[in-house]
Ligand binder design. Structure first.
Ligand SMILES: [Zn+2]
Length: 114
C-alpha cells in the first residue's frame, strides 16, 4: 500500500510513526524518523537545513498559524501589515497541507493498514 519512500535510505516508510516530512523552502521530503536524525546531523552546519513538519511540534505550529491567519484575515488590527503577515503565514500552512496529502495520507498509521 505504501509508495512513500525515504529520501535518505530509499526504503519504504511503512508506518505513520516512522514518517517525518521535512521542508526546506519549497521542497517537501519524506524521511524515516531515524534517517531524519542523520539528515539533521549532516545539515546542521548549513543555513538551508530541513525542518520537520509533522509530529506534535508541527501540529502545534500549524494550529497557531491557522489561528494567526484567521485573525489577520478577519480583523483589521494591523491593516495592510496584518494582511501581509497573514499571507506570509499561509505559506507554511500550505506546505503542511501539501505534506499531509502527498505523504502522510499514503502511509498507514499501523503496518497492517488499519
Ligand atoms: Zn530511511
Amino acid at each position: 500500500m505504501s509508495s512513500v519512500f525515504c529520501r535518505y535510505c530509499y526504503k519504504d516508510i511503512n508506518k505513520r510513526d516512522e514518517l517525518v516530512t521535512a521542508t526546506n523552502y519549497l521542497r517537501i521530503r519524506p524521511y524515516h524518523y531515524l534517517c531524519f536524525g542523520e539528515v539533521e546531523q549532516e545539515t546542521i552546519a548549513t543555513v538551508r537545513s530541513w525542518k520537520p513538519m509533522n509530529g506534535p511540534m508541527g501540529n502545534i505550529t500549524f494550529a497557531i498559524l491557522l489561528i494567526f491567519v484567521g485573525v489577520m484575515a478577519l480583523t483589521d488590527v494591523f491593516e495592510e501589515i496584518g494582511n501581509l503577515l497573514g499571507a506570509l503565514a499561509l505559506y507554511p500552512l500550505i506546505l503542511r497541507i501539501l505534506s499531509f496529502f502527498m505523504y502522510e495520507l499514503r502511509v498507514p498509521v499501523h503496518k497492517d493498514g488499519r
